[in-house]
Design a protein around this ligand. Sequence first.
Ligand code: C2E
Ligand code: CA
Ligand code: CA
Ligand code: CA
Length: 278
Amino acid sequence: VKDSGRNGISFFRLDMEERSLERILLENELKKAIQQEQFHIDYQPKLDLATGELIGMEALVRWNHPELGRIPPNKFIPIAEETGLILPLGEWVLRRGCEQNKKWQDQGYLPLKLSVNLSVRQFYQSDLLVKIKEILQQTGLEPQWLELEVTESVFSDMDNAAAILQKIRDLGIHTSIDDFGTGYSSFGYIQRLPIDTLKIDASFIRDIHQNKESHAIVKAILTIAQTLGLNVIAEGVENEEQLAVLSEDGCDQGQGFLFSKPLSGHDFEKYLSGLPAA
Ligand code: C2E
Ligand code: CA
Ligand code: CA
Ligand code: CA
């Protein structure tokens, strides 16, 4: 491949062909993977920064392909979104996550809020509400123990987005804006939207302790959130310096490798069993 790359154009074309081949391969494998349930969910703890207490966990889907091995979400989620395969996959994650959360509660562990990522495609699916209600009913999980994380990309159609979020909230489910600050961000709209939590994108947390601009953005988000009565969680907290800044600024909650990486269901349960019971 490298040798043919002497001339920039052919190199570029080869690269494109390879990428689309990988894409076609993954697309085909993804279809099989959904039928064969090659997925599992990891759970990443969310902590109260003031008390250090565990307050919830985020469900993160994992694909372990029998021959290709582990394929990271950043590789297959975009393909799943484009092809619409995110609909059955997302529904599987929601059902499996709710089922697992309910099981942990029934076992007597501290009841926790499970956050599930909802892609744009799922968000605008016409039977979304029916599906969610059905899953809550089938799994027996109470809606207060579920949170749906949506990115700002759903706000490309603001009126519709607001109506859908309201319906989700009317069910008693919490709503959160993921990767906050990276998308169609305008402080103007969050005031009008039925949301509970802003999740500050990891890109602002990464250098919050070293970069004035990042720190200023985080402080602005915290100020607005406080005024509007919204929760704030910082994602991608990796070190003590970042934590110190966030604590000083009064950020409520955090998630990141500093506290825990995403854990398998088995390991998360071990973590739960080490906590004081409900
Ligand atoms: P996200 O929703 O922003 O999830 C957070 C990502 O950051 C996860 O990556 C997590 O493992 C990673 N992370 C957590 N703590 C740290 C940290 O301290 N440092 C760094 N560098 N990274 C950290 P992951 O699991 O690879 O997922 C990537 C993205 O794939 C997610 O980003 C989300 O957009 C998407 N995704 C994952 N699971 C699902 C799902 O079930 N449904 C949908 N629609 N999207 C999903
Ligand atoms: Ca998320
Ligand atoms: Ca995020
Ligand atoms: Ca992210």
